[in-house]
Design a protein around this ligand. Structure first.
Ligand code: NAP
Length: 525
């Protein structure tokens, strides 16, 4: 497909008028064609108005029509074939296998939401039929269902150009719920965003969706993104990226005349607790898988393991020796953008300059541009607990090993942590009693708890939680991955004494959609 450098507003292609954006191939430094002119207030207005006009018609589409739309998007993305894969590789420097895997995950995710929409249980229908003879007062007929919030602004992430971008999890779950979507494309992969945007646009036309159900805008986050979030027709925001970007959008959303929810996934160091039994039986294997995980795709995962916590002693020394040897022998990996590379280097400098932190190992040097050299550091538990700067995520292949005097100190380290997307325990059978003492703390800190795994490589399914307390996300009550993500864009409405012919299908007495409903306190079959 030929890239035009245009934004997509409903079924139209629009050329912007503000500052130009060009993708840069981070592996070569080459500037990629075409140039994308950013949007202005006029395009935000046009996309938001069109989305608002589409809202009532879109939310009234049948469950099967919406499922068909989501499936059609997946088919159109697959139909882009290698053109899409090549463009992503050029714009991100990610390896082909990773890009192809992400494409499969993105299409699977769209199909998962198609199934979720069809099943309809997310409508959470509850019926409390009238009890006219109830004493001392009759009970009125009351019925509840969930309805979509309205147009959603989605911010694509740099590190997942498909799965957390134009047709990623935020878009899929918002469309599934019946919310039109306006994407503020990430400036690092505009060509990928145009390709995927055109796939969604085509699917919307094929499925006769109302125009305005989907738009893609280019431009700076501080200009176009901020205007979008402030627009009165936008009713929620989905975001993945930096802490500064996420909190800036939260502030804009809160300052509006009508504040709106921002679901931002921002920053997490993903602590891994290495227990003594695991260290005594499989230290070398743990060291190798840890370093391999940390270096994978330059550690540019929201769930990269940036903190290891263990008890000091001979077992930890042997682990550190093996991990350092693996790291010193590792090659570099290309980072997504020059900006992300600079942020990584700055993070390493801060750690190198910290007098309490010891540098243990670093991957080999490279002359290529934007190369991430994996790096291992260590620090004592007391220094870690007191120094807030060591709790901040360094986005990339950097990790700190926190050395504790004993298990009680490991618990204190766990207590000192901010909210996390994940927390992991590496434990053998002999460790389980001790591990039980960590679980209550880790539950309070993280959205996903793992035993004997590594946090990247998130499964997308009905039990997935990709969330966690602030600053991992802006709202710990939800997830941005997995079918439960749909709940972010819904709100309950109660219909009291409403005649059957005025009720939506989901609530009518005859249950024409054959939904699973909570009827008079019992599940209706
Ligand atoms: P980012 O800078 O937060 O950008 C994400 C999106 O938000 C982009 O569309 C960006 O617009 C927009 N944006 C950023 N700041 C904004 C602001 N103040 N107001 C309005 N919109 C704003 O994230 P990134 O470019 O992907 O990576 C930058 C840093 O974020 C990395 O170095 C890393 O530290 C961190 N990061 C963390 C994760 C994670 O999962 N925890 C993932 C990715 C990145 P533009 O197009 O104008 O940039």
């Amino acid at each position: 497909m030929f890239l035009t450098g245009e934004m997509l507003i409903g079924q139209q292609s629009v050329t912007g008028s503000s500052a130009p954006i060009s993708a840069i191939n981070p592996a070569t430094g080459e500037r990629l064609e075409p140039v994308y002119l950013g949007g202005s207030e006029a395009e935000v207005e046009r996309a938001a108005t069109l989305a608002w006009q589409a809202f009532d018609a879109f939310r009234e589409t049948t469950l099967s029509q919406r499922a068909e739309f989501l499936n059609a998007i997946a088919i159109e993305i697959e139909a882009l074939g290698d053109v899409l894969v090549e463009r992503i590789i050029a714009e991100t420097g990610l390896p082909r296998a990773r890009v192809e895997g992400e494409r499969a995950r993105t299409c699977m995710q769209l199909r998962l939401f198609a199934e979720v929409v069809s099943r309809g249980d997310w409508l959470d229908v509850r019926v409390e039929p009238a009890l006219p003879d109830r004493q001392p007062l009759p009970r009125l007929d009351m019925r509840l269902r969930q309805i979509p919030l309205g147009p959603v602004a989605v911010f694509g992430a740099s590190n997942f150009p498909l799965a957390f971008s134009v047709a990623g999890g935020d878009t899929a779950s918002a469309l599934a719920s019946g919310c039109p979507v306006i994407v503020k494309a990430h400036s690092s992969h505009p060509g990928t965003s145009e390709l995927v945007g055109r796939a969604v646009q085509k699917a919307a036309a094929q499925c006769s969706m109302p125009e305005g159900v989907f738009s893609v805008l280019f431009g700076s986050g501080r200009e176009v993104g901020a205007k979008l979030v402030a627009h009165k027709f936008i009713k929620a925001v989905g975001f993945t990226g930096s802490f500064s970007g996420g909190t800036a959008l939260m502030n804009i959303a809160q300052a509006r005349k009508e504040p709106i929810p921002v679901y931002a996934e921002m920053s997490s160091s993903n602590p891994v607790f290495l227990l003594q039994g695991a260290l005594s039986t499989r230290s070398a294997a743990l060291a190798e898988t840890f370093v391999t995980t940390l270096n994978n795709c330059a550690g540019q995962f929201c769930t990269s393991p940036g903190l290891l916590i263990a008890e000091k002693g001979a077992l930890l020394s042997s682990f550190v020796e093996s991990a350092s040897a693996f790291m010193n022998e590792s090659s570099t990996n290309t980072m997504l953008t020059p900006g992300i590379y600079e942020a990584y280097e700055k993070g390493l400098s801060l750690l190198n300059d910290n007098p309490n932190v010891r540098r243990l190992a670093q991957a080999k040097e490279s002359d290529l541009p934007n190369q991430c050299r994996g790096s291992l550091f260590s620090v004592g538990a007391k220094d870690f607990i007191q120094d807030e700067s060591l709790h901040e995520e360094v986005f990339g292949s950097a990790a700190i090993i926190v050395e504790c005097d004993n298990f009680e100190e490991m618990v204190l380290v766990a207590e000192s942590l901010e909210g996390q997307l994940t927390a992991t325990i590496q434990a053998d059978e002999s460790d389980l009693g001790v591990a039980k003492h960590l679980m209550p703390t880790l539950e309070r800190k993280a959205g996903r708890l793992l035993v004997n795994g590594w946090p990247p490589g998130l499964e997308v399914n009905h039990a997935t939680v990709h969330g966690g307390p602030f600053p991992a996300t802006s709202d710990s009550r939800t997830t941005s991955v997995g079918s439960a993500a749909i709940t972010r864009f819904l709100r309950p409405v109660c219909y009291q004494s409403v005649p059957d012919m005025l009720l939506p299908d989901a609530l009518q007495q005859s249950n024409p959609l054959m939904l699973k409903r909570l009827y008079n306190g019992d599940w209706e079959v």
